[in-house]
Write a protein that binds this ligand. Structure first.
Ligand code: 13P
Length: 284
């Protein structure tokens, strides 16, 4: 069993008006939690990893753990490149077997963004790898990617239409007020803008920074065209809080097979909850 692209699962989600959750993973345990939970709920799923995660875990380890999981469970899913910027790095990872990528050129001026993404699309499509790109710029922090509020920018609907046509991307990450990491107050999403983008653009739309966005808002985003919902921070918090609590209760614990269990269970609860919110259970 191989790692699949995100293309077909996102198109199905778009047709049937639900979203595929994309969960950021970091190691064997977090991969197991996401894959086992998604399989149990019969939900399509995307496992996402940032450049620093591939560096931390080792790309061949991540790819082969995921391939083994897909094979053992007879469950095809996508291993995705989240917020990758380096072209040769992306090419190497596609050549190594990854079929779902995000090229993030959102920090470049519009025309440069288009040029970079277009070239990446041409390369990726030779391998049937799906390509996501971002127009506008999300604020907040995602691993090493830090975008100050003053550098963030919303997606312009007209620019989005031309961007999609000129780049040939398969899905578009929109900046409508969500941010990576934790929100300071209640998040505010620009639903009017999302509806306008949906009117102009017919490919699947992606919501980044879904941690901390209330359920009703995520559901409303999905009803307005979001087909992929990215979650990282909430998973990390659930996992590490449970781990800390377990060490508090058992200060002498030293067996990872034991102290990892509550962390995995806590993370699985969030994965389950997000699958339910996305409406993707039973959609395999
Ligand atoms: P959060 O960490 O805010 O959930 O964002 C995840 C994300 O958008 C990954 O690209």
């Amino acid at each position: 069993m191989y790692l699949i692209s995100s293309q077909e699962m996102l198109k199905k989600a778009q047709r049937e008006k639900y979203a595929v959750p994309a969960f950021n993973i970091h190691n064997l345990e977090t991969i197991q939690v996401v894959v086992d939970t998604a399989k149990k709920m019969e939900s399509p799923v995307i496992l996402a990893a940032t450049p620093s995660t591939y560096q931390y875990a080792g790309t061949p380890y991540l790819i082969n753990i995921c391939k083994t999981a897909a094979q053992m469970l007879r469950f095809p899913f996508a291993l995705h490149l989240d917020h990758h910027e380096n072209i040769s790095d992306i090419k190497e990872k596609i050549e190594a077997g990854i079929r779902s990528i995000m090229i993030d050129a959102s920090h470049h001026p519009y025309e440069e963004n288009i040029e970079i993404v277009k070239k990446m699309v041409e390369f990726s499509h030779q391998y049937n790898a799906s390509v996501e790109a971002e127009l506008g710029r999300l604020g907040g922090q995602e691993d090493d990617l830090i975008v100050e509020d003053k550098e963030s920018a919303f997606t312009d609907p007209d620019a989005a239409k031309a961007y999609v046509e000129r780049t040939g991307i398969d899905s578009l990450a929109v900046a409508i007020g969500s941010a990576h990491g934790l929100y300071k107050g209640e998040p505010k999403l620009d639903f009017e803008r999302l509806a306008k983008i949906r009117n102009k653009v017919d490919i699947p739309l992606v919501l980044h920074g879904a941690s901390g966005i209330p359920e009703v808002m995520v559901k409303k985003s999905i009803s307005l065209g979001i087909c992929k919902v990215n979650v990282a921070t909430e998973l990390k918090i659930a996992f590490s809080d449970a781990l800390k609590l377990d060490f508090n209760h058992h200060p002498d614990a030293n067996d990872p097979r034991h102290y990892m269990q509550p962390a995995k269970l806590a993370m699985a609860k969030i994965v389950e909850e997000k699958i339910r919110i996305c409406g993707s259970a039973g959609k395999l």
